[in-house]
Design a protein around this ligand. Structure first.
Ligand SMILES: [Zn+2]
Length: 377
């Protein structure tokens, strides 16, 4: 394999990581090279750097028809716990908003949804607050009322808890966990409780909710929670797991075609060649009946070719249309929402001053301040 293009058009990728304001051209170039028409930018915030969300908003400001923005939360204001990107300066952030207020601010700015990483064990290492904690209570109620879709990363592959089985590329990122860390079933139980309290939440669980090794359980979960979906951003283990029984995989995908959202985990920092490989692997898995391995030029997180064989699912066009476009546009709207630029500038300035309070560095140096300044011109 070298390059593999989709036979479909109008593809929306629900899981792309944005970069700073200077990476917008790289995102457009990835669209062009991969044949992806629109991108959902999942914008995880780094409160200390004032980064993560502003770059995504800037991309949407320049190309409003092209980019959906799923905005990540800023935990700088949390009281009584160390915030994400631990800092002892949390009591010096007077401009912080509650999580519910942040959700409202996202809507006011014209964001299309929310990105959550709270539920990835590394995130829990930084901020040991379960999503069932009172800290999140008003937020969940507000998001449920607003009907905002959430792209939510919960858990990781089970191999990451077993040092013998953790892949080298994951170890290098410190994605290996032990008995001192939160356990996989604890994280699932917290999600179950959250969905029990807030059954109307519209969640797209990233990376197939890490249930690809157990399709009967994945089916039960989807059947019990009619408002949730899974995305297909690799997690290369997802392709290998489902390839063990491609017939069962195909049946699952056809039966649940309205609950599966295409995603690649492309990122703005990625050059076109690995980007084309990454998207092509997912296209080829969904569309062909080929047996193939990861190509040599694939990015680090897909692992080496010898790790396994992928068997194509050969899905029919109506299932592909739902997965490539219909499901995300049903949840987030047929077009990305229009951006309210004055509100974006205001929010970026607020994020810049939070970053300055946390880091002690000048607000003007942050991505947030740079985006505010460019948009004000
Ligand atoms: Zn991702």
């Amino acid at each position: 394999m070298s390059e593999w293009a989709s036979r479909m058009s109008g593809i929306v990728d629900g899981h792309v990581h944005p970069g700073g304001p200077d990476t917008v051209a790289a995102l457009l170039s990835l669209c062009e090279a991969t044949g992806i028409d629109r991108m959902g930018l999942v914008a995880i915030q780094n409160p200390e750097a004032g980064a993560g969300l502003p770059g995504a908003l800037y991309a949407k400001a320049l190309h409003p028809e092209r980019f959906y923005v799923f905005a990540g939360l800023n935990h700088a204001g949390i009281r009584g716990h160390d915030p994400i990107h631990a800092s002892s300066n949390w009591d010096r952030v007077p401009e912080s908003l509650s999580l519910a207020e942040q959700a409202e601010a996202f809507v006011a700015m014209g964001c299309d949804g929310i990105k959550m990483i709270e539920g990835k064990p590394t995130s829990r290492q930084r901020m040991d607050v379960p999503v069932t904690d009172p800290y999140f209570a008003d937020y969940w109620s507000r998001v449920e009322e607003l009907g905002l879709p959430i792209v939510w990363h919960v858990n990781d592959p089970e191999e990451f808890w077993d040092p013998e089985k953790t892949p080298g590329w994951a170890k290098e990122r410190n994605w290996g966990y032990g008995p001192q860390d939160v356990q996989k079933e604890e994280l699932y139980a917290e999600v179950d409780e959250t969905l029990r309290r807030h059954p109307k939440l519209k969640v797209i669980f990233a990376h197939f909710y890490f249930l690809s090794a157990d399709l009967p359980r994945a089916t039960r979960f989807l059947d019990e929670h009619p408002n949730v979906c899974f995305d297909l951003a690799p997690g290369v283990e997802m392709l290998y797991n489902i390839s063990r029984d491609p017939e069962a995989g195909r049946e699952f995908f056809i039966r649940h075609a309205s609950r599966i959202v295409f995603g690649t985990d492309l990122s703005a920092g990625m050059s076109n060649e690995p980007g084309v490989y990454r998207a092509g692997i997912v296209f080829r898995w969904l569309e062909s009946d080929d047996e193939f391995r990861m190509p040599d030029g694939a990015d680090f997180l897909l692992g080496p070719p010898e790790d396994g064989i992928v068997r194509g699912l050969s899905l029919p066009d109506d299932a592909l249309t739902a997965i490539y476009r219909g499901n995300l546009t049903r949840l987030a709207g047929p077009e990305p929402k229009p951006l309210n630029v004055p509100r974006v500038i205001e929010e970026c300035n607020r994020l810049a001053s939070i970053a300055a309070a946390l880091s002690g560095k000048p607000a003007a140096d942050t991505e947030a301040a740079q985006v505010a300044q460019r948009l004000a011109q």
